[in-house]
Design a binder for this molecule. Structure first.
Ligand code: DAH
Length: 338
């Protein structure tokens, strides 16, 4: 009998070790501990044994039973642990696929439209000086936009261009290009601009603009109109109408603000255009002769047009976005919509 117990112990140990699936483990449990198991048969033979041997064999059988139970439990735990282990090859159902930010898409689309017309893309500097951001653009010293409430000045020692600042518009790109290159020029310059505004639904202290300008012999207002028509009809819709309203900018003369017919109500009047039927989209004009001169270009020989638009404003109109702050919050629910 002792031999049988030893054999059974060895057999059970080896078999449980080999088990690979939970189903097999359950089969082994029934085989070694179930009603018809060898161990149960051995237990039933106990009464036939002499008293002393009975106690000894009984103890061994109990120990063996406990050992088999323990081995099965350990194996079961191994299976459960395996299930909990992370399988890195499984594809998550909530995988977020990256894409270009809506503002990047809009900037690229606008730049492409102007590229089709032969414009070149040039990025300016985000850190500028007073000369490039204001003076060269014919913005007088007393102009309110130079105030610390309207421009972020940097805590750096001033140099010959004056104080350093975060550019408040992309117009200094005009100056940078015209100082370095001679006409003919047709340039588009997108980028970030900064103004100390308190954030609300239509203000952000950082936003994007796209500047465009063209300088050559005999450039006049009709060229500006043609280029902007092409842009508005390509970007918004072929049906869109344009309206030029006289305006004032120090760096252009004459200057205008450009409205498009409302893309939501087609000019009938709605809440987006506030009943006017028109939406303001950009500022433009003929480059002021003083600005050309500041860049070493002879205004008697050359003329040019320039325009500037706010990217967020245009994206908000086209994609019906009500709050500028959503562009910068990186809420995945917003990012995934475009
Ligand atoms: N720099 C102007 C602004 O930030 C926009 C602008 C208006 C740019 C007229 C131009 C222009 O080039 O001709 O509001």
């Amino acid at each position: 009998m002792e031999e049988k117990i030893s054999l059974l112990e060895k057999e059970a140990e080896e078999e449980i070790k080999k088990v690979k699936a939970e189903k097999e483990l359950e089969e082994a449990r029934v085989r070694y501990l179930g009603r018809k198991s060898t161990i149960n048969q051995l237990f039933s033979q106990l009464p036939k044994l002499e008293k002393e041997k009975r106690a000894y064999i009984g103890r061994r059988l109990n120990l063996l039973k406990e050992k088999i139970e323990r081995l099965i439990k350990e194996k079961k735990l191994q299976f459960e642990k395996k299930e909990e282990e992370i399988d890195f090859t499984v594809i998550s159902p909530c995988l977020h696929v990256g894409r270009k930010h809506l503002l990047t898409q809009v900037i690229e689309e606008i730049c492409q439209i102007f590229k089709n017309l032969g414009f070149q893309i040039i990025e300016g500097n985000e850190i500028e000086d007073e000369w490039h951001n204001f003076s060269a653009l014919n913005i007088p010293l007393e102009h309110p936009s130079r105030d610390v409430f309207d421009t972020f000045y940097l805590d750096l020692p001033p140099q010959e261009g004056g104080k350093f600042l975060l550019r408040s518009h992309t117009s200094p790109s005009q100056i940078r290009v015209m100082e370095k290159f001679s006409p003919p020029l047709a340039v588009i310059s997108p980028g970030r601009v900064y103004r100390p505004d308190n954030p609300d639904a239509s203000h952000s202290f950082m936003f994007h603009q796209i500047e465009g300008f063209c300088v050559d012999k005999e450039i006049d207002f009709s060229h500006l109109k043609g280029v902007l028509f092409y842009f508005a009809q390509s970007f918004f819709s072929p049906q869109v109408k344009l309206r030029f309203r006289p305006h004032y900018f120090p760096f252009t003369e004459p200057s205008a603000e450009v409205d498009i017919s409302c893309i939501i109500c087609q000019g009938k009047g709605c809440s987006v255009c506030k009943g006017k039927g028109w939406l303001e989209v950009l500022g433009c004009g003929m480059i002021h002769p003083k600005v050309l001169k500041n860049c070493g270009i002879n205004p008697k020989k050359f003329s040019g047009f320039a325009f500037g638009m706010g990217v967020e404003r245009i994206a908000m109109l086209k994609y019906r976005i009500a709050d500028i702050r959503i562009f910068f919050e990186n809420d995945v629910r917003f990012l995934e919509q475009f």
